[in-house]
Ligand binder design. Sequence first.
Ligand SMILES: [Zn+2]
Length: 329
Amino acid sequence: MAAPIPKAELHLHIEGTLEPELAFALAEGNGLTLPFASQDDLRAAYSFQDLQSFLDLYYALMTVLRTEDDFADLADAYLTRAREQGVRHAEIFFDPQAHTARGVPVGTVIRGLARALDAAPEKHGITTRLIMCFLRDHSAGSALRTFEEARPHLERITAIGLDSAEVGNPPAKFREVFELAREAGLKCVAHAGEEGPPANVWEALDVLGVDRVDHGVRSMEDPKLVARLAADQVPLTVCPLSNLRLRVVDRLADHPLPAMLDAGLMVTVNSDDPSYFGGYAEDNFTAVREALGLDEETLRALARNSFQASFLDETTRETYLKEVDAHVF
Ligand SMILES: [Zn+2]
């Protein structure tokens, strides 16, 4: 089989890469007992059918992440898998509040992740950026406190983001923390238009001033918004297998990805929470190729978009784009 096409992963929650084997290993290392008899039992629990059972499992398993080493192990395990999937550059989300709420300091999280990321170019042949996300179902005050706690570590952070439950938590709630981040020289991204309406995408653009929209698939319901996104070439980090698993679409064959490409949008394909949603980066490329009948040049365009939409420096971006152009399927 041909090697996977070189690509950048731009929508990846590091907590969503925790596989059962590592969950058990970390639990043992921390003297914890998981409420699952075996890795197979846990693997079966990953076959959840709705958002709430996903979130219950997601937060239950996060308790195994305690020390700097745990976060380094988590990121290193992801990077190992990512390389096998053709990922050459990864912009990785983490949720500090999911850890600080359990008493794990934000510095522990960032230092642990950074250790694995610093080793990644040599060890895995992958460049990286780190994106600190705020949980939008928590208060704006909590996001502001978390940002201040992370301030001593901002040289490790490229961008801030906004994730978790979209409905009822519009982007404008977080205007202040996004202003602070921009003043600090950080890029901005936000989940919007996944389960929430196109109005959330407008707010992410016009109130938060985001450089990229995560998901954004529901933008297609608003022709004016589509025109705006196309004119400005705002990148959208689309996650097909996640959309299928969380029922944003009923069948992958119904996914709006081809319509988004036809509309001239800067679309990328990503994996979101791959250990829970059934696939890493190349698995998502393969799934859309098969379900939507995408041809090789469309797949190459998606891979090019992933580097174009990244926060890479121009020289490195050009190097990767040449690798994409030279790829033989
Ligand atoms: Zn996401």
